[in-house]
Design a protein around this ligand. Structure first.
Ligand code: PLP
Length: 274
């Protein structure tokens, strides 16, 4: 397996990032996860735009997108596989313990791992912790994912694959690594970005292609929802058939099934939708 580090391809086994990297010591980094099918990265332009937005939000220098693209292409070429998870990590760089970000400049890593298509249905749970819709990191895809790791572990203990957060005012927000859509009275809704959720790329494409409304919803809308689905790079559109122990259906409901169909069709037709 080859990865991209320090401007070139390296062996994943022997490539090393400093133990004093600010990304490791204080979580000072941003990242993107991109779906790669037969060597092609889906929606790469949107992912690179979000990487830049996240980096700027964290006060990191804007990444050199030519280099990031070169890194993605090189890693994809060097590691052929049917379905992969391409990961870009961009951190504050090497810095002595206890000091601010280093002057040596950011660290950029591009890596790839093989993955499998997610099932069409899954179970989710709500968690008692909140997303802060007005925090310094709100809406940024930073490597500070500890809260998501804890929430996902709770979901797994309960036999679910995703944990859903409300925000500090009790509104529905998002999952640990996905956005959420609900069908209420036959209409498709998803929380607005002001709820504190990440500007998910699959979410934006689903809003545009399937015509969902962006609506402030209370967390307990999940209790009365006729259908629920999740969107993310690796899930695409995935039906939630059990929420907090309530069985909604055996398979995707009609609105979800249509959103899945549209997403599959449109994403196959345009690999870099803007
Ligand atoms: N919300 C969070 C917190 C995420 O980490 C992710 C994806 O990684 C998403 C939502 C979904 O975003 P995307 O569709 O761009 O993968």
């Amino acid at each position: 397996m080859k990865i991209w580090l320090d401007g070139g391809l390296r062996d994943a086994e022997t490539a090393r990032v400093s133990v004093f990297d600010h990304g490791l010591t204080v979580g000072d980094g941003v990242f993107e996860t991109i779906k790669a099918t037969h060597g092609r990265a889906f929606a790469l332009t949107r992912h690179l735009e979000r990487l830049t937005t996240s980096a700027r939000g964290l006060g990191l220098p804007a990444p050199d997108l030519d280099e990031v693209r070169r890194g993605c292409e090189a890693v994809l070429d060097a590691n052929p596989m049917a379905l992969g998870r391409l990961r870009i990590t961009y951190t504050g760089g090497v810095s002595p313990l206890g000091s601010d970000r280093g002057e040596a400049g950011p660290t950029l890593v591009v890596a790839l791992s093989e993955t499998r298509r997610r099932p069409d249905t899954t179970a989710a749970v709500t968690v008692p912790w909140t997303r802060n819709e007005r925090g310094a990191l709100t809406g940024l895809k930073t490597t500070s994912y500890g809260e998501n790791v804890v929430a996902l572990a709770r979901a797994r203990e309960l036999g679910a694959s995703e944990a859903l957060f409300g925000n500090t005012v009790g509104a529905l927000c998002e999952g640990t690594g996905s956005n959420v859509f609900v069908v209420l009275d036959g209409e498709l809704h998803t929380p607005p970005l002001s709820s504190g959720c990440l500007a998910g790329i699959t979410r934006a494409l689903t809003v545009a292609w399937a015509g969902a409304k962006e609506t402030d919803l209370p967390l307990d809308a999940l209790e009365s929802a006729e259908e629920i689905f999740l969107t993310s790079t690796l899930r695409d559109v995935q039906a939630v058939t059990r929420i907090d122990g309530r069985q909604l259906a055996d398979g995707p409901g009609p609105v979800t099934a249509e959103a899945m169909r549209i997403f599959d069709e449109r994403s196959a037709a345009d690999f870099d939708p803007r």
